[in-house]
Design a binder for this molecule. Structure first.
Ligand code: ZN
Length: 163
């Protein structure tokens, strides 16, 4: 699938959100929602700690829920969700149900799993998001992995100090 001229800038913005999450004591994941022109609509970091150790408080799921309550379906159909790591099956489901039409991700779930292992706070669910989207009834375009080395760096030395 083709990338757009602003994809890397907006993906790096999701990396910055992930870094801020990490610095705030949360897991190093971030997501950004942009409209069809690349204008940023929302940002969301991981909410594991902020939401009282909610293991479902992934950045993309929280963002998809906020987006679905805020924007009309036709707006979200043209929107892109940028995320530092590939959406897991839960988040891909939330993105689908919210009606967000496009996803750009940095690190793959496979690559993330290699870093988190089975850490009880993040036993990575290694399923390509495209598999989830392919089962849906409206199209979701996927671009990624993109800037994977930078995305991977966000996780460095995090999970092995988290037990
Ligand atoms: Zn997730």
């Amino acid at each position: 699938m083709p990338s757009r001229p602003y994809d890397e800038d907006l993906l790096r913005r999701s990396f910055a959100v992930a870094q801020r999450s990490r610095e705030a004591g949360d897991h190093p994941f971030g997501a950004v929602l942009a409209d069809s022109n690349g204008m940023v609509l929302m940002e969301q970091g991981n909410g594991f700690s902020a939401e009282g150790h909610d293991r479902t408080a992934h950045a993309e799921k929280l963002l998809a829920t906020r987006a679905g309550k805020t924007y009309a379906l036709h707006v979200l159909a043209g929107a892109t969700l940028y995320t530092s790591a590939e959406p897991c099956a839960m988040c891909a489901g939330a993105i689908y149900w919210a009606g967000i039409g496009r996803v750009v991700f940095g690190q793959t779930e496979r690559g993330l799993k290699a870093m988190t292992g089975d850490n009880p706070e993040n036993p990575t669910l290694d399923l390509p998001c495209e598999v989830v989207f392919a089962a849906g009834q409206r199209p979701t375009e996927v671009v990624g992995p993109l800037l994977e080395a930078e995305a991977t760096g966000l996780q460095a030395d995090f999970w092995n100090s988290r037990d």
